[in-house]
Design a protein around this ligand. Structure first.
Ligand code: BGC
Length: 877
């Protein structure tokens, strides 16, 4: 038996995070045991675990999905924890990990400081200090606004980039804590930071958005605490004894990129040897508006160094590097041009007529301008990022592509899912969705990484969160996003803005316009407040997390209810602004981005969904009064919808693909009329020669509704279509991520003139969830979330010969695959330790066997239970 993935609040060995309370999780592998007999978690203050401060004792109900330590923790303290698990066959294993608490309420020794320069100057700030003996430990608590990069003795601190990340800095500000023991030494040392605009002070918040959205000054707060072997403590905190000099960054923001003049670079700015006499003292700055807090953001790091690059010489004579993959991050290269020589890099997603193109970025410039100082330097941007596949290089006579490395940046959350099929184009589609996720998980789940938006659009986040959670381990990532969301909800009486953090409203206010409530409350967008928490619970089964995120759910559902009552309690949402089936193709007005399905029907359906999910969460959390209240509300909404939208004979008044799919998938349709709706949906699709009409909402539900209602072959046809509109149409046109629109690129390779076209928008990538759930058949089960109990119900299709999924679920590694040979289909299934699966074939077959033992029940199409372990199922006929 082996215990792996030991995590605290879904983070590996977190230091200085908000962990209230610490919640421990792990997985068990390499065991013959089927079930857990008991598990035990012990927490201590020493690595040998002798000074135990918390102990669950050996208990059957200690859960690997999340065991909260209801214990008081002290600030700045490392706690060691050990988990021991015993299986039902007596096998036992232990493993240990740690977490370290942050500063909490201990007062900061440092003060916010800034440089006494013109606001446009991006400063270096530094301080040298003595350490009088060998170092045994050093911790740095630090925050810089807008963004900072810190160094100690010439070495970067930690692996994060773009710290302190992105949230509404008026509502809270995350500082970071790093273990810098290895960077500080006895004798003379130096610490320093570079500051840049980022989201805080650069232009941000849509289109022609203003500068200084969150603040006016670049400023730093830092506190280094060093312990020496002889028991001395050295504290180096920001104050007016820090020294500043103008830095090499002349301009920069998230959308436009950066201008870096190496002639202003000071090579040893963070080293004790720095002997420049033109540094001037820092001045004390006003603290920013938001309250300082330990971080929730998981690490944001350079996840991959991408070296595949080819040079394209375009018909216009441009030198363009093709990285072969759309990604998000920076590019680095060595530069040894003469002093004053300029290099300009421009980033784009697609070529047009073989030439560089970036008009689809709208106002975002996405450039990096570098001015050489004549020295050979490894160059990279610092306080911006780019979404790109292509990069135009100007200022280098002959570009050698092998000199350019793309640095792929995203939130560092571990990969959990792989899915492979016998169809190469489907495999590319799966990869495109994964790249879309990587490109849009930059601390906030963004809509796109390249044009003048890059914001946390709630609708996109909501439809994609289950796919994201098959691909990667997401609870820490969404925990931070839902925290941001809840803070916004507190400002809006429970309502949810279209983007979180709500940069749009802030930008409008800055420009003297009152956003009112017009930037919040759209159906399917605002419902992220219920859908994401419930998805987290289904996928990870962590009740502590659900209890925290129940605040989002309840606040939004209560808002909906109050709004409804204010309109006379129709239990329908027939008012307000809604994106609804955004970008669907069935609007008679082809120039509109809104879909053709009645938005008030979609809004009412989501009202029903939010009430339902909030009721379910309340029930899980033992909040009976709430559960009854929201169940009753959901019943009333459904009854009102049945009256308003269904004729007595079952005709749906919104007979679009999206309308019908929603009625089926959300169980809104009166049960007696279900089969009629299925038939109507089939006719609808037949009329479109089985092609999509759907947008952000309908696309999410359509294939699931088909698969659940005996029309899996129709879902597969939609998936296999290669002509417009379809997923593989994009793949055939060379997409390496998911496009925003079905027709973002026309068959001749031209970007369509629809005015809004990102080639890296993951919303339609949510089809990958369908592939895991229906093709591989891996489904979470509500009564035992976190995949402790799962349903495996693969729907095979003759157009595929094999499918293989591996999913490192919260409960452990699940495999589900199938292989078609002549006459039979062989399924291989792996169920993790202490889990069980309901296995069901797609339909009745002549004969079936599990691990060589014939099973009539399986052959009849019934569900059979599978215990932990490997299983081979053969179905014939
Ligand atoms: C964004 C989205 C978003 C939408 C709202 C777009 O500009 O890029 O993906 O959800 O607006 O309708």
């Amino acid at each position: 038996m082996l215990l792996t993935h030991l995590e605290t609040c879904h983070l590996t060995e977190p230091i200085g995070y908000l962990l209230d309370p610490p919640v421990f999780s792990w997985t068990v592998t390499k065991t013959q045991a089927k079930k857990q007999a008991w598990a035990r978690v012990e927490v201590a203050k020493d690595p040998a675990l002798t000074q135990i401060v918390f102990d669950t004792g050996p208990r059957a109900d200690v859960s690997s999905l999340g065991t909260a330590a209801e214990m008081a923790t002290e600030p700045n303290t490392r706690y060691f924890w050990r988990v021991t698990v015993q299986g039902d066959n007596g096998e036992q294993a232990s493993a240990a990990s740690f977490f370290e608490t942050g500063k909490r309420d201990t007062p900061w020794r440092g003060r916010w400081i800034k440089a006494p320069f013109a606001p446009s100057v991006h400063p270096y700030l530094r301080k040298s200090f003595m350490v009088p003996g060998p170092v045994v430990s050093a911790r740095l608590n630090i925050c810089g606004l807008g963004l900072y990069e810190a160094e100690i003795n010439g070495q970067p601190v930690g692996e994060d980039v773009l710290a302190p990340f992105y949230n509404d800095y008026n509502l809270w500000i995350q500082f970071q804590t790093y273990d810098v023991t290895g960077l500080v030494h006895e004798g003379q040392n130096a610490i320093g930071a570079m500051l840049g605009n980022g989201w805080y002070r650069g232009r941000f918040g849509f289109g022609n958005s203003p500068d200084c959205l969150y603040g006016n000054d670049l400023q730093l707060l830092s506190e280094l605490v060093v312990q020496t072997a002889d028991g001395q403590t050295v504290t180096v905190a920001t104050d007016s004894s820090w020294l500043c000099a103008p830095g090499p960054i002349l301009a920069g923001n998230i959308y436009d990129g950066e201008v870096f003049d190496a002639r202003l670079a000071i090579d040893d700015w963070s080293e004790p040897s720095c002997a420049r006499d033109d540094f001037v003292p820092a001045i004390i700055a006003d603290p920013p508006a938001g309250a300082l807090s330990e971080r929730l953001s998981p690490p944001l790091t350079i996840a991959e160094r991408w070296t595949q690059a080819t040079l394209v010489r375009t018909p216009k004579g441009e030198q363009v590097i093709d990285f072969g993959q759309e990604m998000t991050g920076w590019v680095t290269f060595p530069c040894a041009l003469p002093s004053g020589a300029k290099v300009k890099l421009s980033f784009g997603e697609i070529l047009q007529d073989g030439c560089f193109y970036n008009e689809n970025l709208r106002t975002a410039k996405q450039e990096f301008c570098y001015i050489s100082d004549g020295k050979c330097r490894q160059v990279r941007p610092h306080f911006t990022y780019y979404g790109f596949r292509y990069m135009k290089v100007e200022g280098i006579e002959t570009v050698d592509p092998s000199q350019f490395t793309a640095l792929v940046i995203h939130s560092a959350i571990r990969r959990t899912g792989t899915l492979e099929t016998s169809n190469a184009k489907l495999n590319r589609l799966i990869l495109n969705a994964e790249w879309g996720q990587r490109g849009n998980f930059l601390d906030v789940p963004t809509d796109c990484p390249q044009r003048d938006e890059r914001m946390g659009w709630t609708g996109d986040a909501q439809v994609y969160c289950a796919t994201a959670s098959f691909n990667r381990c997401t609870p820490a990532f969404y925990r931070k996003y839902l925290h941001d969301m809840h803070l916004e909800q507190q400002q809006l009486s429970g309502n949810v803005p279209h983007v979180v953090p709500d940069a749009i409203s802030l930008a409008l206010r800055k420009m003297g316009r009152d956003p009112g409530h017009s930037h919040a409350g759209s159906c399917a967008w605002a419902d992220a407040a219920t859908v994401i928490p419930w998805t987290m619970y289904l996928f990870y089964g962590d009740k502590t997390l659900l209890a925290q995120q129940y605040a989002n759910m309840r606040a939004w559902t209560e808002y909906l209810l109050r709004d409804d009552d204010a309109h006379g309690s129709p239990r329908l949402r027939t008012w307000g602004f809604h994106f609804a089936d955004w970008l669907a193709l069935d609007n008679p007005d082809k120039g509109s981005s809104f879909g053709g399905s009645d938005e008030t029907y979609i809004a009412s359906a989501y009202y029903f969904l939010s009430a339902t999910l909030t009721a379910k969460a309340a029930r899980v959390l033992g909040k009976k009064t709430d559960a009854d209240r929201y169940d009753a509300l959901a019943d009333q909404i459904r009854a009102a919808m049945r009256q308003e939208y269904f004729t007595p004979t079952g005709r749906l008044a919104v007979p679009t693909q999206t309308g019908l799919a929603l009625a089926l998938a959300l169980n809104i349709a009166p049960p007696v009329h279900r089969s009629r709706l299925v038939a109507d949906l089939k006719v609808r699709l037949d009329k479109r020669k089985i092609h999509l009409d759907t947008g952000f909402v309908g696309t999410y539900f359509l294939c699931a509704a088909l698969a659940e209602n005996g029309l899996a072959d129709y879902a597969y046809t939609l998936l296999f279509n290669e002509d417009f509109p379809s997923w593989l149409y994009e793949v055939n046109l060379g997409a390496t991520t998911i496009w925003e629109r079905w027709n973002s690129v026309l068959p001749d390779g031209r970007v369509s003139d629809t005015g809004m076209n990102s080639l890296n928008h993951y919303a339609y990538g949510a089809i990958v969830e369908w592939m895991y759930r229906y093709m591989a058949g891996i489904q979470p089960v509500e009564s035992a979330p976190g995949f402790k109990r799962l349903r495996i119900h693969p729907l095979t299709d003759p157009r595929l010969t094999h499918v293989q999924a591996a999913y490192d679920a919260a409960a452990g590694l699940i495999r589900s695959g199938w292989q078609r040979t002549e006459g039979d289909v062989r399924y291989n299934v792996k169920i993790p330790f202490d889990c069980e699966a309901e296995f069901q074939l797609a339909g009745p077959v002549k004969t079936a066997a599990i691990n060589g033992v014939p099973s009539d029940a399986l052959a009849r199409g019934e569900t059979v239970m599978l215990a932990a372990g490997l299983h081979e199922i053969v179905a014939v006929g």
